[in-house]
Design a protein around this ligand. Structure first.
Ligand code: SAM
Length: 450
């Protein structure tokens, strides 16, 4: 196809060696358009036509690529635009852990939030997800996408992997979707082709080993490590997990995969991995491997030494009417947040150990004794919609709202109202005498021209 940069010679040679006679099919597949796929948020009911992604009950292929930015349903957190191969995380999770149990899960390299939002749809509500991202600007985007997904059993943090050594044996599962050389994204992202070099593959390999070594102590005995990349080469993939298994006691986790999914099973030393090629599966390049930690790991106890700082009782009582569940309210960064009460000891503990961006659902701030609702509350899957007046909008008005432009309040009385598009809430407005304040977060607004 025109405009695609040609493959780096050394990459081509490596792939020719790895793929043998199917190398031609691989190169041909790279000339085709990337399949478009989305993952539905099961807690925000929408119906979508489309071929299912075989390995994820939430995944759908679309026949054409819409402009997601101009779809209000996307901004309501009703689906996430995600490449299909990486949805295979679901098989790694459901086949390696007992999801009926309350689990503590760390998504270590989480921005922009594809795997984290997927994990939230898989975990039960007594489980806690820590979605972490080391780069601050990316951690903000992660926080936005997590808030849109609407779950309260999550903490978004902005830490280096080495900071997790302060949490020995805390997690039942760690997902490390490591920064990599991105060979599997060549079709989707021509920049990845230009940035590829053998030296960068080596650099990535070293960084991945450092990340794995740093986070390893945070995994419990019998806990599961899910390691993945979007690259093909062995050194960033199976060789890294083999290296880890030589430093520590691990048990390989073999996944059951129907042959018709065309996923390559990699058996390397005593570990297993799963590789996706674009000429074999409908998706981009991807690798995943799962190991269970068998060595003894001393564990930290997350005892609640001090209760979380709480808002005044009267305010908590008022806020309780906003939600269907009965969450606990606490103060963080001068705002009231809500979380499942069962997670309060864990969250209090994490607040002392990590740099937290948000925890649970940001609910409201208090100004002059008045509650100002936070955007996170509007997007919460637990919100009691009956507690608020609503401004139902059509697509055109929804897009104006999402651009943070003024919209018409109609005949709504004064006060806060939920902006609702196709039964999905998009955010808040404050209706005043003859006008309305658009409370959509400035930094989230759509900047694309309509
Ligand atoms: N899991 C994400 C998802 O599904 O949306 C994609 C993660 S991306 C492959 C890798 C992430 O690792 C990036 O967000 C990147 O900023 C982060 N990262 C970069 N250097 C890192 C490091 N040294 N330690 C940990 N994470 C790092």
């Amino acid at each position: 196809m025109k405009n695609r940069p040609s493959l780096p010679k050394e990459f081509e040679e490596r792939m020719r060696n790895a793929l043998g006679e199917t190398f031609g099919d691989f190169v041909e597949a790279l000339q085709l358009p990337s399949p478009t796929s989305i993952r539905i948020n099961p807690r925000k009911k929408i119906t979508t036509e489309g071929e299912p992604v075989a390995w994820s009950k939430f995944g759908k292929y679309l026949t054409e690529r819409p402009v997601f930015t101009l779809d209000p349903v996307f901004h309501a957190g009703a689906y996430y635009s995600q490449e299909a191969s990486s949805m295979f995380l679901e098989q790694a999770v459901i086949q390696s852990a007992d999801l009926t149990q309350p689990l503590r899960v760390l998504d270590l390299c989480a921005a922009p939030g594809g795997k984290s939002t997927h994990l939230l749809s898989l975990l039960n509500e007594k489980s806690l997800l820590v979605a972490n991202e080391v780069i601050q600007s990316r951690a903000s985007i992660l926080s936005e996408n997590i808030q849109k997904w609407g779950h309260a059993n999550v903490v978004v943090s902005n830490n280096d992997p080495e900071n997790f050594s302060a949490l020995p044996g805390f997690f039942d599962m760690i997902v490390a979707d490591a920064p990599c050389s991105g060979e599997g994204l060549f079709r989707k992202d021509p920049e990845a082709v230009k940035e590829w070099s053998a030296a960068n593959v080596d650099l990535c390999t070293k960084r991945q080993r450092r990340i794995l070594a740093d986070v390893w102590p945070a995994l419990k005995t019998n806990g599961v490590l899910i390691y993945c990349t979007c690259t093909y080469n062995e050194s960033e993939n199976e060789e890294n997990i083999q290296w880890l298994s030589e430093q520590h006691s691990v048990e390989p986790v073999k996944l059951n995969i129907p042959a018709e999914w065309n996923i390559e099973t990699v058996s390397h030393g005593n570990i297993f991995g799963y590789r996706f090629y674009p000429h074999k599966t409908k998706g981009e390049g991807f690798f995943i491997s799962v190991v269970r930690k068998t060595e003894h790991q001393p564990e930290v106890r997350a005892k609640q030494k001090q209760p979380l700082p709480a808002p005044p009782k009267k305010i908590s009582e008022q806020l309780a009417t906003w939600f269907q569940a009965n969450p606990e309210f606490f103060m963080l960064h001068n705002r009231i947040h809500a979380m499942p009460a069962i997670l309060s000891a864990d969250i209090a503990y994490l607040m002392r150990q990590l740099k937290i961006i948000h925890a649970g659902t940001p609910v409201a701030s208090v100004k002059h004794d008045k509650l100002i609702p936070e955007h996170g509350a509007a997007l919460s899957v637990q919100l009691n919609h009956e507690a608020f007046q609503k401004l139902e909008v059509n697509k055109e008005t929804a897009l104006r709202y999402l651009r943070k432009e003024p919209i018409d309040p109609g005949s709504l009385p004064k006060g806060f109202a939920l902006v609702v598009y196709e039964n999905l809430s998009l955010g808040w407005v404050n209706v005043l005498d003859n006008r309305l304040n658009n409370l959509y977060p400035k930094e989230w607004r759509i900047r694309m021209n309509l």
